[in-house]
Design a protein around this ligand. Sequence first.
Ligand code: SF4
Ligand code: FE
Length: 481
Amino acid sequence: MMTPQQYEESLRRLNLVVYMFGKRIENVVDDPIIRPSMNAVAKTYEMAMRPEYEDIMTATSHITGKRINRFTHIHQNIDDLVKKSKMGRLLGRATGCCFQRCVGMDALNALSIVTYDIDQKHGTSYCKRFIDYLTYVQENDLTCDGAMTDPKGNRGLPPHKQTDPDMFLHVVEERADGIVVRGAKAHQTGAVNSQEVIVMPTIAMRAEDKDYAVSFALPSDAEGIIYIMGRQSCDTRKLEAGQLDRGNPFFGGHEALVVFDNVFVPWERVFMYKEYEFAGSLVENFAAYHRQSYACKVGVGDVLIGAAQTVAEYNGVERASHVKDKIIEMNHLNETLYCGCISCASEGHKEPSGTYAVDKLLANVHKQNVTRFPYEIARLAQDIAGGLMVTMPAEDDFKAPATAKWLEKYYAGDCDVPTMNRMRILRLIENLTLGTAAVGYLTESMHGAGSPQAQRIMISRLVNLAEKKRAAQKLSGIEDA
Ligand code: SF4
Ligand code: FE
C-alpha cells in the first residue's frame, strides 16, 4: 500500500492536461484550488496505514493474498460490503467532503461481475484481462476515476441518433493493437487526483448503439485526454491567505469534464467491446454499488450535526427544547441514511463471478433518501446557526485594527468561547451547506450516482408488487389470490 506521500509523488509524475479559469494548470498537485481535493484522497491512503482503522480500510486481495487498500478490493463476502459502507462514513466524517476514491472501487467491482458474464455468453477473455488490470491496480494501490456519465446531448435520443455522434463516448477506429475512442465524460469526481481512468457506458444500449458499448481503462495522462475543471461556489476563497473564510481549509472535492480526443486504447485494457446487451448490466451494477457508496454523506452529516450542536452551545441555546429537537431530527435523518447503506450491504449476494453485490432495491432506496435528507439536515443546521453564517465579515476584518475590536466584542457568544471559534464553526456550516462542500453534500447527493428519477425507475422495476397484492388479496378473502 502507498503512503499519502507516495500517493502525492505518484501524482507529480503524471503529465495531465488540465485547464481551469481559461489556463493550463502546469502544477496540478500544488494548485491551491485543487490541492484540498488531493488532500481528501490522500486521507484514504493515510487512514489505511493506521492500525485502528486497518479492519475497515484494508482487505485481503483474493488474487494475491496480500493486504490491500479496501478501495482496490473486490468484495468477497457480506462483511466486505458492510465494511465498505462503514469506510464511507468514516472518511466522510474525517474529511467533511467527497473523498473521490469510491467511483474507481465501484467501477472495478462492477467490471468484475460483468466481464465474467460477457465471457460466459460470448467465449471472450475479458475477465482475464480485467483480473490482470485489477492486479496492477492493487499492487500499485492506485486511485481510479470511474467514468460513466456522458454529456448525452438531446436526452430524448439514443446515442446513434444524436446530431453530434460524440455526445456519447464511442469507438471511432479498430486497429490490430487496440481501438481509438472519442467523446467525453462529465462531472468526473476526483478525475485529476487519479492515476487511472476506467470508462463505462452510461445507459443500456441496443444493437444500433454497439459502437458506444465500450469499457476500458487508461492511465489518466494518456495522450488525448483533456481535463476541464468545474467551478464550485466560493472556490476562489481558497486563493486567499487566511483560513477562516474557507470553512474547511483542509479538504474538498472536485469534478471535471474529461474529454477523450481520439484516444488510443490497447486491447489488453478493453473490457467490453460492442457487447451492447451488457451495457445496461454494467450501468446497473456500477450504479447500485455507487448508490451504496453514498454512505459518505452520513459521515459528512456527522460533521454538520457536530457543527450545529457546537454553535448551539457557543450561543448558549443548547438546552432550548426546540434546538434539542432539531438536533434529534438531524440525527434521526442521518442514522436513517446509515440504515440504508448498511442494509443494502447486509442483504448482498454472490454473483456468478464470485463478487458480492449489494441488494439493488435497497441500494436504490438508500440513494433516494440521500437525494432528500441531507437537504433537510442542512436546513436545520442553518436554522440553528442563525444568519451570522452569511452576514459575517471577512477574516481580514477580524484582523484589521479599525474593525477587529468591534467584531471581537459584538460577535462574541458565550463569554468562555473565543469569538474566533464561533466564527470558525459558522464558516464550516456555510462551507457544507452553501460553499465548496455543498457541491458534495447537497447537489452531489441529488445527482451523483444518478438523479432521483433514476432510482425511482429502479425501485419500480425491482419491487415485487405481485407478491404484495397476493398478500393483501389472501387476507381479504379473495378466493383466487
Ligand atoms: Fe465517494 Fe461519496 Fe464522493 Fe461519490 S460522492 S466519490 S461516494 S465520497
Ligand atoms: Fe459521486
